[in-house]
Design a protein around this ligand. Structure first.
Ligand code: FDA
Length: 498
């Protein structure tokens, strides 16, 4: 049932009694809009028509999160939790369904990173960004790092909830393969760690997608070893320079390279850009490249040796002069809008098909695609070990991104990504066609809420089996055990299997 305004008042009164007033921003507060937009990445989710929260709660302590859950449950107000705000469908701060009264728990104020050098672990709060995590870890010890995504403004909370594809996953696995413990506020408002939550819930929160199970306030992660010097190369090849043949070859090579070497591909315009991170020196990389991937024509002139932290900045900003401190910048921009979709490729796409794929990137409305190779450690983890099932047998992940600014280019960009996605269907994973939950895509389906006010399992499995394959049913069983009344929910949360 949609909560009445009376229950909204009750919610705010309840919060007032439990947490400092300045941490609760109602729509009439002076800085409500500034805080709401502070981590919105996608301008299309900040319009007059966007359904906004009743209020934003900005906790600085786990007890504030607990209070919000207790008040929300008592007064019938749902919560949407936001860490870095990078959700591709904006579900951490907007509702697709009009008429839903909800509050946003914005965790940006809870972002401590506490490194334990002795056992190479860290506790990181969900509101930290990946950039803050990388910077703090590397400043503690430049030979330690964490395998997680490329964009430094991504929030730890959402990212670790959904997987964590990175330039080091072939060596060290996904982010979720390196989580040792977590503290979550559950649907009863209790703060529980791994021992108290139990192994089923601990399994589910490492990859089962954000929002469904509670609010994770903090994660204990295993840090990984990186050498003092790593090598980056960024090589562009146009179609005229043989990009079609090189990408065709890349599909066989990239997933089976030594796990210290990751080469991802960005397709944009008539060009393929090969971005690479090698956990070692240029001198060690050159013979590997000339024996395993001579088609790329990489030479010592392409090598850039640097610290791992500098590589994180370079791969994001594409500019060797960008200082590593820029990784700490949480600022996001509301200038552009985008739409993302994803695929997994299990069998190399034939050369003749690639000849037809490249022209898509020079069409009207064209955006880009990013191909991220798997294999190595990420492919060796059993499919049921975490909710992320795309392991052995997956060659690479594809992410399609359409972008635009202003209404006049929106139609062409959205048409482009829909048409390209349809074109790709014969060449990607099937039954079902798989997708990556951290590249959330509401085109895959949305939950229907049944008469008992619980998201229906049948509506959820339509999109859920694409993200989670056989793990979806176990996620839904965990949901039924920990949140049977479906308090934590959004348009694509795990429904309870009752
Ligand atoms: P946000 O705060 O929007 O949350 C995402 C979802 O998780 C929402 O449903 C939210 O409610 C929930 N959630 C957030 N915090 C939670 C918490 N503490 N407890 C429970 N649920 C919580 N991915 C990747 O694997 N590799 C990559 O390299 C990239 N690169 C990339 C670049 C850019 C520019 C974008 C916009 C996105 C990516 N991503 C990515 C995808 C990214 O991993 C994904 O969007 C994450 O969910 C974002 O996490 P945030 O905390 O920023 O999002």
């Amino acid at each position: 049932a949609v909560p009445s305004l009376a229950s909204s008042d009750g919610f705010l009164q309840c919060l007032q009694q439990k947490i400092p007033g300045e941490l609760v921003l109602t729509q009439s507060s002076n800085n409500f809009t500034a805080v709401l937009v502070s981590s919105i990445r996608n301008a299309k989710f900040f319009t007059n028509a966007t359904v906004r929260p009743l209020c934003i709660v900005t906790p600085i302590d786990a007890s504030h999160v607990q209070a919000a859950v207790l008040c929300g449950r008592a007064e019938g107000v749902r919560l949407r939790v936001r860490s870095g705000g990078h959700d591709y469908e904006g579900l951490s701060y907007r509702s697709v369904r009009g008429g839903e009264v909800f509050a946003v728990i914005d965790l940006a104020g809870m972002r401590a990173v506490s490194v334990s050098l002795g056992d190479a672990t860290a506790w990181v709060d969900s509101g930290a960004t990946l950039g803050e995590l990388y910077y703090t870890v590397a400043k503690s010890n430049p030979n330690l790092a964490f395998p997680a995504g490329v964009c430094p403004t991504i929030g730890v909370g959402g990212h670790l909830s959904g997987g964590g594809i990175s330039m080091m996953m072939r060596k060290y696995g996904l982010s979720i393969d390196n989580i040792l413990d977590a503290k979550i506020v559950n649907a009863n408002g209790e703060l529980v760690d791994r021992a108290a939550m139990g192994e089923d819930l601990f399994w589910a929160i490492r990859g089962g997608g954000g929002e469904s199970f509670g609010i994770v306030v903090s994660w204990k992660i295993r840090l990984v070893q990186v050498p003092s010097t790593v090598t980056v190369f960024i090589i562009g090849r146009t179609v005229d320079q043989g990009a079609v043949d090189i990408v065709t070859r890349w599909q066989d090579v990239a997933p089976s390279l030594p796990s210290e070497l990751t080469i991802r591909v960005i397709l944009q315009g008539p060009q393929a850009t090969f971005q690479s991170l090698y956990l070692g020196s240029c001198a060690a990389l050159l013979p590997t490249m000339s024996s395993l991937f001579p088609e790329l024509g990489m030479t010592s002139a392409d090598c850039r040796e640097m610290s791992w932290l500098q590589s994180a900045a370079l791969i994001q900003f594409w500019n060797p002069n960008t200082p590593v401190e820029e990784l700490l910048n949480r600022r996001t921009s509301l200038q552009g809008s985008s739409k993302g979709k994803s695929d997994y490729v299990e069998r190399a796409i034939p050369n003749g098909v690639w000849k037809n794929i490249f022209p898509w990137f020079t069409m009207n409305g064209a955006g880009m695609a990013i191909l991220e190779p798997q294999g190595g450690f990420v492919g060796s983890v059993p499919a049921a070990a975490t909710p992320y099932p795309h392991r052995s047998g997956t060659l690479y992940n594809v992410q399609y991104i359409a972008f635009w600014s202003g209404d006049n280019t929106a139609v062409a960009a959205n048409q482009w990504i829909r048409d390209l996605y349809a074109f790709m269907e014969p060449y990607v994973s099937k039954n079902p066609r798989a997708a990556y939950v951290n590249y959330r895509d509401l085109d895959l389906g949305e939950n229907a809420v049944a008469a008992n006010d619980v998201s229906s399992f049948d509506s959820g499995k339509v999109w859920g089996r694409r993200y989670f394959a056989g793990n979806f049913d176990r996620l839904a069983a965990v949901k039924a055990a920990v949140d049977p009344t479906d308090y934590f929910r959004n348009e694509q949360s795990i429904p309870p299997l009752i």
